[in-house]
Design a protein around this ligand. Structure first.
Ligand SMILES: [Zn+2]
Length: 117
């Protein structure tokens, strides 16, 4: 029986937190933060290596984390959620500054790309 790893490593969590300025990507809250998966884990999804990589993860407060699930349409529009078969690196994310950024697996938040749909 091996150890089951179901979430991102501490290194990745720290990378995501730093990339997002230690604030919720939707409301900017600095407290009660958790890690949100843009493409949900589930149904074997955890076997895909990118599921727990930085570009699939966002810093979110627990309130917004629930909001994403309750408001999927807005969440997909803002890139807070990503719908398969799209990949997290292909969808820009809206941040509280109103800009949209592309994310990479190594924790970079790329400069704004204007309406790259
Ligand atoms: Zn929030």
């Amino acid at each position: 029986m091996g150890r089951r790893r179901t979430g991102p490593t501490e290194v990745v969590r720290a990378m995501v937190y730093e990339r997002d300025g230690g604030a919720c990507v939707r409301c900017g809250a600095l407290e009660g933060l958790t890690i949100h998966h843009r493409v949900n884990r589930g149904m074997g999804g955890a076997r895909e290596p990118w599921i727990n990589q930085a570009h699939n993860l966002l810093t979110a407060c627990t309130m917004c984390n629930g909001w994403f699930e309750d408001n999927p349409r807005e969440s997909y529009e803002a890139g807070w959620k990503v719908r398969r078969p799209q990949l997290p690196g292909e969808v820009l994310v809206r941040y509280p500054d109103g800009s949209e950024y592309g994310l990479t697996p190594d924790g970079v938040r790329a400069t704004t790309v204007a309406a790259a749909r």
